[in-house]
Design a protein around this ligand. Structure first.
Ligand code: PHE
Length: 345
């Protein structure tokens, strides 16, 4: 009997070993450990054994059952593990495949120019100030020494909303607003923003465009401070070799008033198509803040003085990047805007 048991165990273990799926294993289980299996049969025959042999055989049968059961469980676990491996292999994602490229946007050329100018002036102690695009006639004109009926108002064809409200024609109303806000304290500001004028759109004109304005108010602010500041800006924006030239001009809110030219960055001054063969390119308007403007802003013109300048952002961008039509800035054509990827930083 002992012999038989050992043989059965060997058989069962061998079948388990070669079983390749859960179904086959179950068949082995039923065949050897089931109620009709040979081990059960052997147990039934134990009655014929002597009382001394019975516990010995009982223990042996139990060991065989345990061994076969244990082996079965091991094999089940092994097969399950294998099945998981196979599934993982089937469902594997190739992480080395290149991804779909993500298109990265970039700053609009006008934003780039504004930020470049802002950075420069922030480094010189200026604050960035902003004002509304729908403005009061008072701030756009009157507080800038342009009373109602003043002929110089004709220089800026205006979109009026009512008698007293309009779309601002320049960023200069931010000057008047800031002076009132600062309440007599000295300050330096730089103000970028959109402005609007009644104009027929063409390659160099747009009814909406951008300006950036600067204003310094304090004690002992002189024309030489204005000139030094503009000179620094011209070199930063258009290259260290640039020279500036101030020509007398007229703005009702500055006295004296000037227009600033830079030496042509293309030909260096000898004359070419960019500078229309003059060697100079007009960049901005500027001047010393008019005493009337200071007074309306709450500053005593005997104690305080200041300078102001204002320029068109599109014009700077057109010169800097060689853009031949102002309308390119507004049509959102990707072929145009994607050319301004930052190469630095
Ligand atoms: N506001 C003026 C314009 O739009 C420019 C300017 C600003 C001139 C400040 C002098 C001082 O033409």
């Amino acid at each position: 009997m002992e012999q038989q048991l050992k043989q059965l165990e060997q058989e069962a273990l061998a079948k388990i070993e070669v079983a390749s799926n859960l179904k086959e294993l179950n068949e082995v289980r039923v065949a050897y450990l089931g109620k009709k299996g040979p081990i059960t049969d052997l147990l039934k025959g134990m009655g014929k054994l002597s009382p001394e042999e019975r516990p010995k055989m009982g223990a042996l049968v139990n060991t065989v059952r345990e061994n076969v059961t244990e082996k079965l469980e091991q094999k089940v676990a092994q097969l399950e593990e294998l099945a998981i491996q196979e599934q993982l292999e089937k469902e594997a994602i190739d992480v080395t495949l290149p991804g779909r490229p993500v298109r990265i946007g970039n700053r609009h050329p006008l934003t780039r120019v504004v930020e470049e100018i802002e950075d420069l002036f922030i480094a010189m102690g200026y604050e960035v100030a902003e004002g509304p695009e729908v403005e009061k006639d008072y701030f756009n004109f009157e507080a800038l020494n342009l009373p109602k009926g003043h002929p110089a108002r004709d220089m800026q064809d205006t979109f009026y909303i009512t008698e007293e409200t309009l779309l601002r024609t320049h960023t200069s109303p931010v000057q008047a607003r800031t002076m009132l806000e600062k309440n007599g304290e000295p300050f330096r500001i730089i103000c970028p923003g959109k402005v609007f004028r009644r104009d027929n759109d063409d390659a160099t004109h747009s009814h909406q465009f951008m300006q950036i304005e600067g204003l310094v108010v304090g004690e002992n602010i002189r024309m030489s401070d204005l000139k030094g500041t503009l000179n620094t800006m011209a070199k930063k924006m258009f290259g260290e070799e640039r020279e500036i030239r101030l020509r007398p001009s007229f703005f009702p809110f500055t006295e004296p008033s000037v227009e600033m030219d830079i030496s042509c960055f293309k030909c260096g001054g000898s004359g070419c198509n960019v500078c229309k063969h003059t060697g100079w390119i007009e960049i901005l308007g500027a001047g010393m803040v008019h005493p009337n403007v200071l007074e309306m802003g709450g500053y005593d013109p005997k104690k305080y003085s200041g300078f102001a300048f204002g320029m068109g952002v599109e014009r700077i961008a057109m010169l800097k990047y060689g853009v031949e039509d102002i309308r390119h800035f507004y049509t959102n054509d990707n072929r145009f805007v994607s050319q301004f990827h930052r190469t630095e930083g």
